[in-house]
Design a protein around this ligand. Structure first.
Ligand code: MG
Length: 340
């Protein structure tokens, strides 16, 4: 019995896109792996700022199919994923889709949820943050009200109207805030002033304050910042940890950046060994990839996994948030069930 990797199935033929609203959407590719009549699902999400597209993912998956067919069962995952990784230097989202599908498949074959396979305590899941975009004050207030059930607010800042945004939130709630600057502060002195201003505003941490490759200013800010700094765009894979460990207090691990659950797990352990905090995040993804990330969430400090809440066409039912807390089920594999 060989692994049947089926790039010809309807999943690839459908032009999947996740809709965020009337204007924007994110292309995704759903992957399906079959063994012994059991199916594992994976997902690649390709936001525009990463270099992957439908075409590059499908082309990579065609090559991955040839690696997969060399194996008689999916349990030799270390070796399979090494073979997939060696196919090309990048294509991280495409690699993640294979990794997620393999973990889903293995979990289903063992009839165990992945959190159990990774020896996680499902009661130790964190709360997910609830994301607010950059908006007018009235919209922000409305979105805070819509996210009433969630315990931590994530807000994006970009150097314009930052104080107004925080003050607007503080007028309506005292919930803790995670700030994500997305590289938006370009001057280290102004970044430090802003972080100092944020310190008495119940802010948990500041994510990616400076441009991703500016490690010199990052180290300067790291020495002075009164709030923890988390790397997002500055880190993708395990090998990047060394670059960021002296510029940040924590790292944001996303499956689409790091090639999947296998490497994410290794990164969490390495971060712990280096005394770095860990946030597990997501791109615009359905409950397929987000449920996979959630399986590892008992091992991290913070989670930013509200991706499925922000999309209009979720192709899977999966991880749930009960009063904002990530709630893992007993379903085998990644705990996601297709609904299309
Ligand atoms: Mg970020």
């Amino acid at each position: 019995m060989k692994l049947t990797f089926a790039p010809h199935t309807l999943y690839f033929k459908r032009p999947f896109k996740i809709a965020h609203g009337t204007r924007s959407s994110t292309p995704i590719v759903l992957t399906r792996l079959e063994h012994d009549g059991i199916v594992g699902y994976g997902e690649a999400s390709m936001p525009p700022y990463l270099s992957e597209t439908h075409e590059t993912v499908l082309s990579f998956l065609n090559k991955a199919a040839m690696v997969l067919t060399k194996y008689y069962h999916p349990f030799d995952i270390e070796s399979i994923l090494k073979g997939i990784d060696n196919l090309a230097p990048d294509n991280n989202a495409a690699k993640a889709s294979v990794d997620i599908a393999l973990h889903d498949l293995i979990g289903k074959l063992l009839n165990k949820p992945c959190w159990q396979i990774f020896n996680c305590d499902k009661n130790k899941t964190p709360y997910t943050t609830y994301t607010l975009g950059i908006d007018e004050p009235e919209v922000i207030k409305q979105k805070v009200a819509e996210g009433e059930d969630y315990k931590i607010i994530k807000v994006k800042l970009n150097g314009e109207n930052d104080k107004l945004i925080i003050e607007t939130i503080r007028k309506v709630t005292d919930k803790p805030i995670a700030v994500d600057v997305n590289q938006g502060w370009t001057n280290k002195h102004r970044a430090l002033e802003m972080i100092e201003w944020l310190t008495d505003k119940n802010v948990l941490f500041v994510e990616q304050p400076l441009p991703k490759n500016n490690f010199d200013d990052g180290a300067w800010l790291f020495e002075r910042s009164p709030l923890p700094l988390f790397a997002d765009e500055s880190i993708q894979r395990f090998s990047d940890i060394n670059k960021v460990k002296n510029c940040f207090h924590g790292i944001n691990i996303k499956l689409m950046k790091c090639t999947g659950m296998h490497e994410a797990y290794k990164m969490i352990n390495e971060a712990r060994a280096l005394n770095l905090q860990v946030l597990i995040g997501c791109m615009s993804e359905t409950s397929c990839a987000v449920s996979a990330a959630a399986q590892l969430s008992p091992l991290v400090d913070y989670a930013d996994l509200d991706g499925p809440l922000l999309i209009k066409n979720n192709f899977f039912d999966g991880v749930e948030f009960v009063n904002g807390k990530i709630t893992l089920s007993e379903l085998p594999g990644i705990g996601a069930v297709q609904n299309f």
